[in-house]
Design a binder for this molecule. Structure first.
Ligand SMILES: NC(=O)c1ccc[n+]([C@@H]2O[C@H](COP(=O)([O-])OP(=O)(O)OC[C@H]3O[C@@H](n4cnc5c(N)ncnc54)[C@H](OP(=O)(O)O)[C@@H]3O)[C@@H](O)[C@H]2O)c1
Length: 228
């Protein structure tokens, strides 16, 4: 990935940390963004932190413009921003929870896609990798808002894959099951962590999709479910 400019959203998160590190290990130039990201979060000359807020189109555009003006190009968008809410039936889900899921899991993708696709189309190897969820394709009880937001996001990415195939841009979604993150360990301390998905393995898949070997894979929804 030497010479490639990669934007990782949610770079300081449970998964984003691994994705950022994996791209740095691959030799890419990596811009990590989130609201609280700091330059000291990662070591290495290839890393640049750009704090940003992508819950609005304006915020996403400021971020994308800043990447292109500082680095001259953008080759890869690895979008890991997202969040979970669950435990309530659809009839018990309040407006604020439903809206929060749409904002985090769907609208953030819409904003960052509109801001970055023009630059990705100019790359000879534009790549979009978004993190969905198993729940996008296998909804269960009590996760209606989360599942619906991730399913809509998957639909959006598949459309973007079709719309940008002419420019050689690929767009794919990874569908993880429960991942072995610090937050999940804290939330369910009695669980068998060994059965969960390892974030490092998801990060390896993200880098593969971004690599030259991934150039024929587009419009895919890739299950990574672990042993649960
Ligand atoms: N954890 C799991 O078991 C699991 C399973 C399936 C799918 N997923 C999906 O995988 C992805 C990563 O999950 P995770 O557990 O790593 O989540 P996480 O730890 O909560 O990380 C998400 C990151 O996104 C950033 N962020 C949130 N809102 C933002 C905004 N408006 N603008 C910019 N950055 C924002 C946050 O950083 P700041 O606070 O600094 O902004 C946070 O570090 C998510 O899409 C999630 O839905 C997770």
């Amino acid at each position: 990935m030497k010479g490639k400019v990669v934007l990782v959203t949610g770079a300081g998160g449970g998964l984003g940390t691994y994705v950022t590190q994996a791209f740095l290990d691959s030799g890419a130039t990596v811009i990590g963004t989130s609201r609280k990201i700091q330059q000291s979060d990662f070591t290495g000359a290839g890393f640049t932190a750009i704090p940003g807020e992508i819950s609005s189109q304006a915020g996403a555009k400021v971020l994308a413009d800043s990447v292109v003006s500082r680095f001259g190009r953008l080759d890869v968008l690895a979008h890991t921003v997202g969040g979970f809410a669950g435990g309530q039936s659809v009839t018990d889900t309040d407006d604020a929870t439903f809206q929060r899921m749409l904002d985090l899991n769907l609208n953030s993708v819409f904003h960052i896609l509109r801001a970055t696709v023009p630059a990705l189309r100019k790359s000879s190897s534009g790549r979009i990798i978004a993190i969905g969820s198993r729940a996008a394709v296998e909804p269960g009880l009590g996760v209606g808002a989360y599942s619906a937001s991730k399913a809509a996001m998957l639909s959006l990415i598949k459309t973007v894959a079709a719309e940008n195939r002419d420019a050689g841009v690929t767009a794919n979604v990874i569908l993880p099951g429960t991942m072995d993150t610090p937050a999940n360990r804290m939330a369910t301390p009695g669980a068998d962590f060994a059965r969960w998905v390892q974030p490092a393995n998801v990060a390896s898949l993200v880098v593969w999709l971004a690599s030259d070997a991934g150039k024929e894979t587009t419009g895919a929804a890739i299950p990574v479910y672990g042993d649960v």
